[in-house]
Design a protein around this ligand. Sequence first.
Ligand SMILES: Cc1ncc(C[n+]2csc(CCOP(=O)(O)OP(=O)(O)O)c2C)c(N)n1
Ligand SMILES: [Mg+2]
Length: 411
Amino acid sequence: MGTHLPSTEFDGTAVDDQREADAEAVMGEPPAQMVQLLGPDGKLGFDPVFTEYAEKVTPEVLRGLYADMAAIRRFDVEATALQRQGQLALWVPLTGQEAAQIGSGRASRPQDYIFPTYREHGVAYTRNVDLAELLRQFRGVSNGGWNPKDTNFHLYTLVLAAQTLHAVGYAMGIQRDQKLSAAHGSGEEAAVIAYFGDGASSEGDVHESMVFASSYNAPVVFFCQNNHWAISVPTNVQTRVPLSNRAKGYGFPGIRVDGNDVIAVHAVTEWALEHARQGKGPVLIEAFTYRVGAHTTADDPTKYRQSAEEDAWRAKDPLARVEKYLRAEGLADDAFFAKVKADGDELAAYVRRTTHDLETPDIRSAFANTYAEAHPLVAEELAWFEEYTAGFEGGDLPAGSSGQPAAKAGH
Ligand SMILES: Cc1ncc(C[n+]2csc(CCOP(=O)(O)OP(=O)(O)O)c2C)c(N)n1
Ligand SMILES: [Mg+2]
């Protein structure tokens, strides 16, 4: 293992995490095992622990998981287009991570409580969050967009990893309520899932969360989507060991799962939630996946990674392998896939229509709410803004300018 400091420079190691392998060799650890049931070739494998859970994914359930993944991918395309057309200020694409999100979200129960980051649109979909509502924040007309009490799906958190602390606190609350309530043992037990990224795993908040969760045996599943990038920083700079191995240091199980295998993700998450609900404490799941697109619509990944890496991951596409399996086993036909496509288009049309109908954000409210009292710097910036906007016909910003949404709904 080299003694040089980690570099954020692209070093040509492509997808493989050489640092991880080096560290394993030094510590005498076996290479990280990854739970995989449905491989990229569409063939179903076996796992001594998780096959039992995977068997609950009946053909009907699997068709549903595929339809969910296709719907959310279609939604992602539409939201990206809406941003490009000036209807949204920003979009955070999820393409590539559909299996990690749909598989884990569908393994949760209504009474479980979910703390997402800002990319969990697939999980939001499984929790029945209205996707048009979800876009309100990305248009800048809401600080949230939906009421978490309706779905037990918390608001998006943009401050990396802060939600992992909230999640552990919430889980400790559930623990205490259940101890006090007669519901314990009645099947009503709940657990919490805290989503975070490979980059966020470097935050102190994650460490503190895991220490607390372990100390108090809190019913929380830490679900890390290792999508291999934190904007332009590759995962092998964040960690020298598989992220799932970090759980050992806290004293609870850590599992690396193929995050592009919806059956394995569903099985592992179901196991972990059951473990947590039964009072056995936290679990860390590392879903090994890939962010196929840009970090956000404001990012250009061609500046920091090579297309060969993207191509290698496209070959592991989460939807393609399910389609292969369903067709090979005679579990779905052309009519099924045509219906899934039509449903996706209908969802996209709904989202587009609803977004166009949303109000125009009032940028002036951002100035008004910066400080409680008047502030000379804010006043100066507002004056500049007023002068700038006065330069446009009608005194409003044109669609897409300054990265802001369209000035008039319906443009
Ligand atoms: C505390 C904090 N630091 C920095 C940022 C800026 N930031 C936003 S997203 C991001 C990368 C996060 O990467 P990762 O956790 O891997 O999640 P991903 O975006 O890949 O889903 C950074 C550094 C932030 N939002 N919050
Ligand atoms: Mg990441």
